[in-house]
Design a protein around this ligand. Sequence first.
Ligand SMILES: [Zn+2]
Ligand SMILES: [Zn+2]
Length: 340
Amino acid sequence: MKVAVVTGPGAVELRDEQLGPLAPDDLAIGIAACGLCTMERRLFTGEKAIYPVAPGHEAAGHVVEVGTAVRGLPGVAQIGDLVAVDLWDRCGVCRPCRRGRSAVCTRPQGAQLSDGTIAMGAGLADFLHIPARNAYRIDAPVEHAAMGEPVACAVHSVRLSGLHAGDRTAIVGAGYMGRLHLAVARAHGAAPVGLIDVSAERLAQARSAGAGWTSEPDRALEVGGPQDVVFVTAGTAGAVERAVDLVADGGTVVLYGAFPKDLAARIPADAVHHREISVVGVLNQEPEDWRTAAGLISAGTIASDLDALVTARFRLADVGAAFAHATDNPVFRVIVGNRL
Ligand SMILES: [Zn+2]
Ligand SMILES: [Zn+2]
């Protein structure tokens, strides 16, 4: 089978990889589509220089073989089913895993291809073997299923925020993850949901996608008023302080990400105490978020949101062009796959 390997900045090649026999608890998946995330772009630009590496963690595909121990088991995906694939290794035995917080599993992530190449997902491929418990059946177009992982991240973020229907909600950052937060928060009944960004173009796109209001960062409080929940999906300097100013008494600020490693924020401790503000960090997702994400995608509740976020499609043979496109253009998601 073929798997895409980033060998250096700007260099991607398709390598041949031999998959071993299928383990009893595993499924063989014919990958239909895989999204290019920020991690993939950083590897391609050299911002994250770990080479050679086989990335691709937003994969979906059809089951082509079922391990003997899970064959016919109710709830397990069977041959022909479309599944989204959870490629985060949850060891189940470390302290966070035992506390139900496998999003921060402490066992080192990542595997290896047969030639020693680091596998960070290795979903830009035509086949994968995965444990059956990591496959979530989805009844939707394959490119929606390939958004299972980032949708599960947004679901996790919304769950940890404690958001309730009717909560006034603001999202800082109208890029891909901001837009998925918009879709998932609305699906959970948040209203109104405002989007905050420096780009007028992204704000206009967010309005067409159902944002109740939009604003540039400095005017958000004036435009949207106090917010019960504020998600920060664009971790720029000053974003956390502005989110704390924007959140209502008793509300929650979620730090979703991408913060520069050395960015510090000054939060007034007495205001957090007196106003009962919660500040919550979010990294990725957990199995219950995957189940919710698979349900939302299959129900079609966020279908038009997801359609609007597919920027371009490339075949696996053109994976290099896909990386270049995702790096050189403002994109939401570039999807790679042979069965789009
Ligand atoms: Zn991702
Ligand atoms: Zn663990």
